[in-house]
Design a protein around this ligand. Structure first.
Ligand code: GLU
Length: 365
């Protein structure tokens, strides 16, 4: 099996804000067990920013807001973090390879293919790719922000069988276990729904960006890509091996959807940022959802934002419900001018479809 294991900042740092070396050693030993069994493992790590703050003079409980300072902290923290992984994996006879990714590496096909090639070449030689966001040069407007989403996109990139999100709780609970003693672990999730999102609540600790809501969003991306996802505790003995073997109670398991979204649609739905919104009427929503039609100008009621042809946009119904995303073939200007018109009434230089069905993704409810 090909497995992506993501470990969060709270699991990788001590209360004093240093790298938790025991935690990295535990993970490295677990990775080694899997590799010895013939599996391929990719690690997605966080904590570069958190462990770089100390050397810059910040205490463990204070996270500065200045993005330049956070980028600077990551530049410092990433070195020690990778040195720790390198040593811990070497102690288990394994070689580590650092890969730093930015969202744009998922937008542009040539970069996407290059990143995939690098990771595959490492895996083919039994080296362990250790991936983080390229925080030192991250653009605040477009950054992944949390490594959960990065891990889900990586799972798709390498065509993984399993994504394991390791955190400081045993999985997803029916209520917040820190405040409600009757909360119980949800062992299996087949479908996403609103109740589930409500249960996830807000972020966990101050050092980490993720939290349960972002883990849920990552699980959604991964399971849509056909990758089973487990949220489990980084402290649990043999957690990764148990997740691979499907041991009951290992954490919360999200079953992958059987109809796998193809790479292009997944890219449109989850990797590309949207430049605006197209509001459509009920008839158009029905045609898109039930008959998998293309979006035509006749069904368009309103445009929000400015976009060019080939940009990604959200498709919204008149109640404001975002139900699809796609690549537009018309600019917002053209769409503004011809919205609501039938195909026979639009100038011949415009293609018929505002969004072609091949470039349109109906989002999970
Ligand atoms: N990439 C960030 C770091 O290494 C972590 C983001 C997160 O906590 O998910 O510090």
């Amino acid at each position: 099996m090909r497995v992506v294991v993501k470990i969060g900042t709270s699991s990788l740092t001590t209360a004093a804000g240093d790298i938790n070396r025991e935690s990295v050693a535990k993970l490295a030993a677990e990775v080694a067990v899997l590799v010895a069994r013939g599996h391929q493992v990719v690690v997605v790590t966080s904590a570069a920013i958190a462990v770089g703050l100390g050397p810059l003079g910040f205490g463990p409980a204070t996270r500065p807001r200045d993005p330049d300072v956070l980028r600077a902290a990551s530049a410092i923290g990433q070195i020690g973090l990778m040195a720790t992984y390198q040593a811990a994996l070497a102690a288990n006879g394994l070689v580590a390879g650092q890969v730093l990714l930015a969202p744009t590496d998922f937008w542009y096909r040539n970069r996407y293919l290059k990143s995939r090639g690098t990771i595959q070449a490492l895996l083919a030689r039994s080296a362990v790719p250790v991936i983080n966001e390229n925080d030192a040069v991250a653009d605040d407007e477009i950054r992944f922000g949390d490594n959960d989403r990065l891990a889900a996109l990586v799972a798709h990139l390498v065509d993984a069988d399993l994504l394991v999100l390791l955190t400081d709780t045993a999985g997803l609970f029916t209520a917040d276990p820190r405040v409600d003693t009757s909360a119980s672990l949800i062992e299996e999730i087949i479908e996403f729904d609103q109740r589930l999102e409500d249960m996830a609540g807000g972020p966990g600790s101050s050092a980490a960006r993720g939290g349960m809501a972002s883990k849920l969003a990552a699980a959604k991306i991964a399971t849509w890509s056909g990758v089973e996802t487990v949220i489990a505790s980084s402290d649990r003995a043999d957690v990764v091996a148990d997740a691979v073997m499907g041991v009951p109670g290992v954490g919360t398991v999200f079953r992958a959807r059987s109809e796998r979204l193809n790479a292009r649609k997944l890219w449109i739905a989850f990797a590309l940022p949207s430049s605006g919104r197209v509001v459509v009427d009920t008839g158009a929503r029905e045609a898109l959802e039930r008959r998998q039609s293309s979006l035509l100008s006749a069904g368009v009621r309103k445009i929000e934002g400015a976009f060019a042809a080939d940009d990604a946009v959200e498709v919204v119904d008149e109640t404001g419900d975002v139900f699809a995303k796609g690549l537009v073939q018309w600019s917002s200007e053209d769409l503004e001018r011809h919205q609501g018109r039938r195909t026979s009434e639009i100038p011949p230089e415009l293609v018929h479809e505002v969004i072609h069905r091949d470039n349109l993704v109906i989002l999970p409810a």
